[in-house]
Design a protein around this ligand. Sequence first.
Ligand SMILES: [Zn+2]
Length: 366
Amino acid sequence: MIRADKINHNYYYPEQFKESGEKFLNSYTLEKEVSCPSEKIKGLKDKKSRVCRFCHKKYPFVSFSKDAHIFSELLGNKYLVSDFECDDCNSKFGKYENDLANFLGIIRTIQSVKAKKVPKFKSADKKLEAESTQELDEGTIVKVRRFDGLNKTFHFNKEKQQTEITYEKGPYTPLNVYKAILKMALSIIDEKHLADYKFAFEYLRTNKHDKNYSGFGIVTSYSMPLTFQFQQPTGMLFKKINSNAKLFTHLFYFAALNFIYEIVIPFNRQDAMFYQIPGGLDTLWCPPLFGHHKEERILSVYSNSLNLNSVERLYNQKETFVLPTKEGEYDKSRFLNKETGEVYEEEFDGSKIIGIDLLRIDDPNE
Ligand SMILES: [Zn+2]
């Protein structure tokens, strides 16, 4: 682990990102870090004096009666709300967030995200359900059940010692998923930069420009094992140090559950001059950042580049998630004889298994 001294002494990043991490931290500085408070925030503007930063409309031409969450509520943000998002924009962005939820799939349930209520998950083809059920003293039980006659859902991979669970995601439009992330980014931009991002706000709100300005929907993602979880959603804005550098002015970094998403914020007026030069702007990505105590719990970090530019709605997307399994787990199965109360053993037969219970043990350090 390397300490990210240049931005924040409490953050570290894994050795494997040494080179790219140094490059990034030499070029960008942390402008803002926003985490979710554990209670209601105070000091919001009175509803009658609010202006929407997204559509620029004021009360009473638009209403501000709903709680407008800066980071998506479905990722566990309860109290971080804004006073600059009108109800119209809020419901528009709600659609993007529904797509984000479908895109994320089962993970919110597996991680028992503390949203309004822990989401119950049903796969699009209704063959898999997951529910976070009992809160025990030591943790939470997540029940995963399959409802398909011929088992195509659970695969017990003896060779790799892992259980693979395949399910179908709900429909989503990739560009909407991207816009759900962009919305969070534009929500934490400082007032002084708003004029520079005038077009970005318009691009976010409408679909008029989706075709003419395509190609920005690229997300760099880092994902950690299911056993890892960030305590709360956190967003960071990084600003390039040298304003003449051929780089996007801002990068948005967002961490929640067991993943990190990064996007460059598009359409900054100051960046426009670089669009013309051959090769355009360069992109550098921030390394995944962790607090120190998590070090031993981060077994692996997978990096991925997600292309979310498509405006085509995707159906029947399959995803497999993998659970590590102890050696010997697939040798014998234990059954309970309900009449005698006796426990007996039989040869392991995966096709008989219709449910898997996961125990999530809460971290006492958090
Ligand atoms: Zn609005």
